[in-house]
Structures are given as C-alpha cells and as structure tokens.
Design a protein around this ligand. Sequence first.
Ligand code: HEM
Length: 492
Amino acid sequence: MTTVRRMLQQALRVSGRSAFPLVKWMERWAERAPVKPQALRTLDDMPGPSVASFAWDLFARRGLSRLHELQLEGVQRYGPMWKASFGPILTVHVADPALIEQVLRQEGQHPMRSDLSSWKDYRKLRGHNYGLLTSEGEEWQSVRSLLGKHMLRPKAVEAYDKTLNGVVSDLIAKLHLRRRSQGLVSDIGSEFYRFGLEGISSVLFESRIGSLDEVVPEETERFIQSINTMFVMTLLTMAMPKWLHQLFPKPWNIFCQCWDYMFEFAKGHIDQRLTAEAEKVARGEEVEGRYLTYFLSRTGLPMKTVYSNITELLLAGVDTISSTMSWSLYELSRHPEGRSIPEAKDVACMPLLKATVKEVLRLYPVIPANARVITERDIQVGGYLIPKNTLITLCHFATSRDPAVFSNPDEFQPHRWLNKDQAHHPYASVPFGVGKRSCIGRRIAELELYLALSRILIEFDVKPDPEGISVKPMTRTLLVPENVISLQFIER
Ligand code: HEM
C-alpha cells in the first residue's frame, strides 16, 4: 500500500467517508506528479509550435474549426503545457486536470477570462456597457452578486420550472407536428436553437416570443443567425492581427453588424416588457414580476447595464442548450442497448438522465477551451513561472478525452458517472467551469435540459436517421455538431 493511500485512508476514516474513489485518483495523480522538485522554468523553456507553423495550422489546415483537435495534437507533441501564438496573442495551453486546478486555485478575487476579447472591443467602439460575460473587477462582482440571487439559488431556479415547462410543451407539440408531416425530423439543431431562445427568453422576460410557432418571426431567425455568425467571426477577428483588419475589414464589420442586431433585439424586448409593466403600475394594478429583466431593472443599475446584461444572457442561453440537446439525442439514439436510453420509468430516478448530460458534456464540452488571465501576480503552474497578464488557455476538450483519466474516452458511457469505483480527477471534465467565475446559468441550463430531454424520451422513441452519417464536433468558438443531425421520432 502506498504512503498516499495509507495517509488518505487514515484521514478519511476519521471523517467517516468511503476512501476508495478519492484514494484511487489521488494515487493516479501522485504517480504522474514530478518526483523531484525542479528548478522553476520560464516561458522561454516551454515547448510549442513556431508562430508560422501555428498560423499555418490555423488558416491552411482549417485549424479554426478544429481548435479542439489541435488541443489533442498539442498534448501528443509537447506534453501537458505548451505555448502558441494565436494571431497576435501569445497563450499558454494547459491540458492536464491537476495543472488546470493549479491555475484556477490561483485566479484571485475577481477572475478574468480574457483581456483581449473582440467582444470587449465592440462594446467600447459602440459605447455599450459590459454584461456579465465581458465585465471585470468590482463591476463584474456587483452584477454577479445581484444575478446570483436569482440564478444560483436552487429555490429561485425551481421557480422557473412552470415557465420552462410551457416552452417544453411547445417543443413537444412542434416535434409531433414535424414528425407527422415528414416522418424523420430533419435538422433537429434548428428546432433546438429556437427552443433555447424561447427558453431563455421566458426566463428573462416571462413572456413568449414565438420562436416555436409554426411561422417563426423574421427577427427571431435573424437573431439566431446573428449569434451563429458572430461566433464564427469571433475566432477569425481574434486570430487576425489589428493591421490585417485594415486590409480585410469584412470579418470585423460583419462581427459588429451581428452584435448590433443582437443588442437591438434585446433592447426591443426589454423596452416592450418594461413599458407594459409601467402601464400596469399607472393603472394602479399590482405588478409582481418573476423574470430576470424585472429583477435587474429594479436594482438601480443604469439601463445601459441592464441592456448589455440581458443581451449577453440571451446569447449565452441559446447555442449552449441547443448543442447539448442535439448531442444528447444523437448519442442516445445510437445507443439503444441496455438502459442507456432513459425510459419513462428511468426519468423518475433522474440519476441516469443527469449522468447522460454529464457524459454528453464530457464528450462535447460546449466551451472546449476556456481561459484565464491572472492580473495580480506571476503564478507557478507545472514547474513554470507564468508572468502576470499571460493568457492561459485551459484545454478542457483534451482533458475530458484523456485516456489516462477516462477509460475508452471517445465512447458514450453515461454509466461511468454512476459507478462509484470510477472516480475521475474533479477538474478533468468541468463543462460549466469552476469557482467564482463559473457559469451563472448552470442551474437554469440543467433544469431546462432535464425537463426537455425527459419529456422527449417519454413521448418518443428516438432513433437515428437510417441514412445518417457519424457526426463530429467542430469549433465555432463553441463546440457544435459539424453536420446537420436528423433523427426519427417514433411516437410511443
Ligand atoms: C449546457 C449549457 C451551458 C454550458 C455548458 C455553459 C458553460 C459555461 C462556461 C464553461 C462558462 C465559463 C465559466 C468560467 O469561465 O469558469 C460559462 C459562463 C457563463 N454562462 Fe454558461 N453555460 C451553459 C448555459 C448557460 C445559460 C443557459 C446561461 C444563461 C441563463 C448561461 C450564462 C452564462 C454567463 C452569463 C456566463 C458568464 C459568467 C461570469 O463571467 O460571471 N450559460 N458558461
């Protein structure tokens, strides 16, 4: 028995908890840890591709849409840490759960994701305020605390279930309709985009915007299109040095037009909702809002801050949900064996459904690479000294597909999350992030996913498209299915 195991078992016997899973991964990671303390190395000592070869990978080898695969190639070539220049930006990649933990444990009081984002540049250019995704420091902290009360507390989130269930009912009705007219439901992703937008809108405005109607309002389609294009342009504009923007202004201009429309769309809905509220008050009627726009508008924050926050929440709630829904049904439809597909009876015991979503987000983390910039001080990670203000890329796609952490990492095996003997490093798959800056929409997202997936699986036997192909993920800032997914929805 190793010393690590003995020490941990002693400690855990005292606390009365089962030692095995924790001991197992501690041992595994202890084996991986360097045996002798090494002298601190600098960025000069860190391996990585040359600027030219990385630029070649990005632009000539379709690297922008394969950034998640480049993570795997990076680990193979350089080990768990390497540096690379993403356009004008030097970034340190970290692709090991224990090292990601080291970074996140040193992130300080007001963690920063990225200082160099084109999202911030756009807001500065147009004179918009920042929302939760883009703000920093005290400004971020104050809005995070205000929103946290309505988005992170379990009781507050439970209160959205009726609203969300109304949206789920509309999705089910739409699937029945499309199934009847077409048999096969082609391009389920487009339906889930609308579901995602309608879901987040219902939470933000407590009113419906018609995304799941038979005829979808034109502005809704345009909003969804704007999100898609904005995500494609995000990576492109960030990878291009500023001088190249002068020569090829198109990507930046399109990027700005998309954001313009998204801000306009959100403002239109917020104004409409708050005007209706004000009219009620003027008529002496009682107003009791249960939606996030209402809560935010009552905090005394400037309206510009309300607009930018609601725009960013709208945006954050669409692709994340639609992509996870598409992958969940894609994988479930292809794994009919055993109890992989939760049936009505399984839904009552939600652990399997929860494990399914965990497994889907391990295989297809919506945010395949996250980032941190530590501004307060230099930090040490994996024996390297990382100077403050360095952009650190956290390679979540690589860690969640690491065979040393997850056996058969490319296989869809939801039961791995239910098997107590299969413990994984807690930072190996963190699809919602960890800590103070982690996803504020997590509870709402999970509720929405569980409600929608369980209802779909009760209503339909979901089968693959007999002529369908195997679908791979691609990076579009977020990780999304590369091809259209079509599925058979057979009524139960
Ligand atoms: C499957 C669904 C989702 C996934 C996997 C996901 C994942 C993430 C991740 C990884 C982050 C970055 C965390 C970090 O930097 O540590 C994040 C941030 C964020 N997410 Fe989500 N998200 C999801 C759904 C949502 C939804 C539905 C909303 C809105 C209701 C939302 C709103 C946000 C916001 C506002 C932030 C920024 C938080 C901050 O900077 O303080 N997310 N999300």
